[in-house]
Design a protein around this ligand. Structure first.
Ligand SMILES: CC(=O)N[C@H]1[C@@H](OP(=O)(O)OP(=O)(O)OC[C@H]2O[C@@H](n3ccc(=O)[nH]c3=O)[C@H](O)[C@@H]2O)O[C@H](CO)[C@@H](O)[C@@H]1O[C@H](C)C(=O)N[C@@H](C)C(=O)N[C@H](CCC(=O)O)C(=O)O
Ligand SMILES: Nc1ncnc2c1ncn2[C@@H]1O[C@H](COP(=O)(O)OP(=O)(O)OP(=O)(O)O)[C@@H](O)[C@H]1O
Ligand SMILES: N[C@H](CCC[C@H](N)C(=O)O)C(=O)O
Ligand SMILES: [Mg+2]
Length: 480
């Protein structure tokens, strides 16, 4: 097995990413067991292994009960504790994580802070993309590597989305957050968590474990939980943290409270009252939910000591986030919006928002992802039916499921809806075409579900597909 006296300076949980002299962590996955790749890892130069059972290779092996649980801590140690040198801000919740994290990132950048972002769309440093994201929250070892990369680039603040998968799979274990923010809790990911209770508990770990490491935080501050008082789950999380809490909301009294919310087609205006004074904000994205994301970002930035006026000024100057209520303008006499609403709640919010400013009909294109929560499918179809004048059920990312089966699951929720009120068109491009071909001046066409995605996953293959480009091309073809 060799001597344990080896110098390790890199770590990987994927045999294909092992560097010579590095530590390979074998993780039992859903599809394969990482231990099966021990030989491959050693062939690539792994100097030691972190395993749950001894593997037949001639390098030192550290055997632990759960490599998944040890990986986050091992990764931070091997890489020189990069997280401890930066101020970490985490955003969790079913909807609004990417948007809120981006708002916080932009405020920090505007204040002149070297800031990184780790989220669904991309991993960024100083506002510049390092790479597109494969996941919302990377696995622990990749996350540690990204944090090390960011620290080496001089980053002081890192804003990251903390998905429920990440919390359940210990991807973010042991990280000492300065701010942990909660947007909201509604149904999603029941394929993975099984029950809403388990889903809520996974997210709750961010708050119950907040500040449970004795590491001094990089800016000398103390941990703060930022909670949305208008979401019933907030009181549960509030009871679970022993750290300071900053609340935000609109309907209920809060430390950071929005009022006089005005929603227009091109944005949202509201006033923030807080312990740091009052300020008016003009957002480029319409919707009450947009005000909530901005309030969450404001409360988080106030917790970091940034003045309210500076926060409000930056929030008011930002364009929208890619694929979130993003308009497609190709000269058509009706509006087209591409939005990442892929949960019942986000779809409902998107459609309720559109109804507030739409002078014509609301037309919706909607699908549901394959290999994901099946129980949300009939609900999403129902939400679309209740809130659209006409809607098209089509494919999202079918992944390894039969697209027709996904559409059957969706249709089960709208058995009582008249067949002329909707179309079922399996090919997404054709679904979008059908919706655009019936649109009249004043109508709004919402293309929901894929937002910023530039691909469609059929089987395990990623095919080029961008709702924004497809819609633009179809409009241009229809004009000719
Ligand atoms: C359910 C889940 O999270 N699965 C993740 C998990 O997959 P898995 O358990 O099936 O892993 P596996 O493929 O069996 O591999 C097991 C181990 O063998 C290793 N391996 C594998 C092959 C090889 O040649 N060599 C090798 O060493 C792998 O690196 C891994 O460590 O570990 C994989 C490797 O890190 C991840 O890519 C995979 O995420 C998949 C792609 C995924 O779709 N995850 C989604 C559900 C997800 O996590 N989403 C959340 C929430 C999104 C949101 O709503 O915001 C997210 O944070 O992104
Ligand atoms: N605060 C909110 N409440 C409800 N819906 C929201 C909120 N913010 C955004 N949405 C809706 O949810 C969609 C996704 O928003 P966003 O990407 O910010 O969320 P997310 O939590 O990062 O999602 P994901 O889990 O897929 O990464 C948006 O396109 C919008 O329709
Ligand atoms: N982070 C989410 C994204 C869903 C996006 C939607 N387009 C889909 O494919 O279901 C997930 O992995 O469940
Ligand atoms: Mg996200």
């Amino acid at each position: 097995m060799g001597s344990l006296d080896v110098q390790i300076d890199s770590i990987a949980d994927d045999s294909r990413k092992v560097k010579p002299g590095g530590l390979f962590v074998a993780i039992r996955g859903n599809r394969v067991d990482g231990h099966a790749y021990a030989e491959q890892a050693v062939a690539r130069g792994a100097a030691a292994l972190l395993v749950e059972k001894a593997c037949k290779v001639d390098v030192p092996q550290l055997i632990v009960p759960s490599t998944r649980r040890v990986a986050p801590i091992a990764a931070q140690w091997v890489l020189g504790d990069p997280a401890d040198d930066m101020v970490l801000i985490a955003v969790t919740g079913t909807n609004g994580k990417t948007t809120t994290a981006t708002l916080i990132e932009q405020v920090l950048l505007a204040m002149g802070h070297a800031t990184g972002l780790i989220g669904t769309i991309a991993q960024r440093c100083g506002g510049v993309a390092l790479r597109d994201s494969g996941m919302t929250t990377p696995e622990a070892v990749e996350l540690a590597n990204v944090l090390r990369e960011m620290r080496d680039l001089g980053t002081k603040y890192v804003v990251m989305e903390a998905s429920s998968h990440a919390m359940e799979l210990a991807r973010v274990a042991g990280l000492a957050y300065r701010v942990a923010a909660f947007t909201n809790l509604t149904q999603d990911h029941l394929d993975f968590h099984q029950t809403m209770d388990a889903y809520a508990r996974a997210k709750g770990k961010l708050f119950s474990r907040l500040g449970n490491r004795f590491t001094p935080l990089a800016d000398g501050g103390l941990p703060v939980a930022v909670l949305n008082v208008d979401d019933a789950q907030a009181s549960v999380y509030a009871a679970e943290t022993v750290q300071q809490i900053v609340t935000y909301g609109i309907d209920h009294p809060a430390d950071v409270r929005g009022r006089d919310v005005v929603i227009r087609a091109d944005g949202t205006q509201f006033v923030i009252d807080s312990f740091a004074g009052s300020a008016e904000v003009h957002l480029a994205t319409p919707g009450r939910f947009s005000a909530y994301n901005a309030l969450c970002a404001t409360a988080s930035c106030l917790a970091l000591g940034i003045p309210l006026q500076a926060i409000a000024k930056t929030l008011s100057s930002l364009p929208g986030v890619s694929g979130r209520f993003e308009p497609v303008r190709a000269g058509q006499p009706f509006a087209i919006l591409v939005d990442y609403s892929h949960t019942p709640d986000s779809l409902q919010n998107a459609l309720d928002t559109i109804r507030e400013f739409c002078t014509g009909r609301v037309i919706t294109v909607v699908g549901c992802g394959g290999d994901r929560d099946r129980t949300k499918r009939p609900i999403m179809a129902r939400v679309a039916a209740q809130r659209s004048d006409f809607f098209v059920l089509t494919s999202d990312n079918p992944r390894t499921e039969d697209p027709e089966k996904i559409l059957d699951d969706m249709e089960a929720g709208i058995r009582d809806v008249a067949s002329e009120r909707y179309a079922r068109i399996t090919l997404r491009e054709e679904g979008i075409r059908a919706a655009l071909s019936v649109a009249q001046p004043g109508d709004v066409v919402l293309i929901a579900g894929k937002g910023h995605e530039t691909y469609q996953i059929l089987g395990t293959t990623y095919h080029d597909f961008d709702d924004r480009q497809v819609a633009k091309r179809i409009v241009e073809e229809q004009v000719q």
